[in-house]
Write a protein that binds this ligand. Sequence first.
Ligand SMILES: NC(=O)c1ccc[n+]([C@@H]2O[C@H](COP(=O)([O-])OP(=O)(O)OC[C@H]3O[C@@H](n4cnc5c(N)ncnc54)[C@H](O)[C@@H]3O)[C@@H](O)[C@H]2O)c1
Length: 310
Amino acid sequence: MVRIAVIGIGGWGKNHVRVLNELDALAAVCDANRERMQLYSKKYRVTGYESVDSMVKKEKLDGVTICTPASTHFAIASKVLGESLNTFVEKPMTTTSKDGESLIELAKKARRVLTVGFIERFNPPISDLKKMITEGRLGAPILLEFHRENRRGDVLDVGIVKDASVHDIDTARWLFGEEPRVVFARVGNVKSDNEDFAAIMLGFGEQRTAFITTNWVTPARVRTLEAVFENGVVNVDFVSQQTQVHEEDGTRMPKLVIQEPLMLELKEYLAAIDEKRQPLVRGEDGLMVTRIAEAVLASSHSGTPIFMKP
Ligand SMILES: NC(=O)c1ccc[n+]([C@@H]2O[C@H](COP(=O)([O-])OP(=O)(O)OC[C@H]3O[C@@H](n4cnc5c(N)ncnc54)[C@H](O)[C@@H]3O)[C@@H](O)[C@H]2O)c1
């Protein structure tokens, strides 16, 4: 049995706790907020800690998931990798690519799994789309157009690019199976101090292109992808998990089998630990996405395209 502790049990971490408990892998919880820690420690009957230091001293763990705010990821992940624990870091893996490079080195030295919460790879319509691309039934993919929009009032420690666009940046590079060569973007802020809207264009090999529109302004929850292929178009709704496939002879809607992406994502983390293998999402993916997010901000700042080093 793999023993995992969840660090950070806020809005999202409580889902990690619930799913790991269902998977019989929850060993402990840790949150700097004592009340929250006590609430979940009691609810799931596991020991709770207010600090990572005291938890790693007392518990015999195989790994952790880190669900604290982005600006704390590097310090916490460095500490637990230093203790030779397998490490799942929520997105963004780190707020700077320099920190991302250090984490990868630490994971290599410790020979432990380092993975990142790019959950959309586990969303069934996206994994099905990846299969469709690999099988080549609709021909080559040409354009990916993402919309991730909702109204958000609270202020985060990072802007929308590092918090939300990173999901679609990762999905675009995973679906195309390559890194973007050029990044052009405009970002701005309407309702908060950090940037809260971003329009990003990623240019891949030949003419393959991804458009990523993310904002915290639209007063409705929109999470969609339109993928244009040589011989068809696929529309995905990330929330309903519904897919539509449009081909010359008509439209079909594959049968919907709803599955919780977080359950699939955490199962993969546990399996990678158990089988001592690389996970589907690697530390290197976290690093590349942070590099691209940095290029997005640099492009918007300079008003010019940023050409990525191969
Ligand atoms: N994959 C997804 O779909 C998804 C969705 C939402 C959030 N997230 C990610 O999850 C992470 C957490 O987001 P959230 O919305 O749950 O934040 P949150 O602010 O609701 O919760 C963060 C929790 O971490 C605790 N914390 C902060 N510093 C700590 C420390 N040093 N040690 C222990 N506990 C500490 C806080 O007390 C709080 O309870 C972020 O990285 C975010 O990007 C991912």
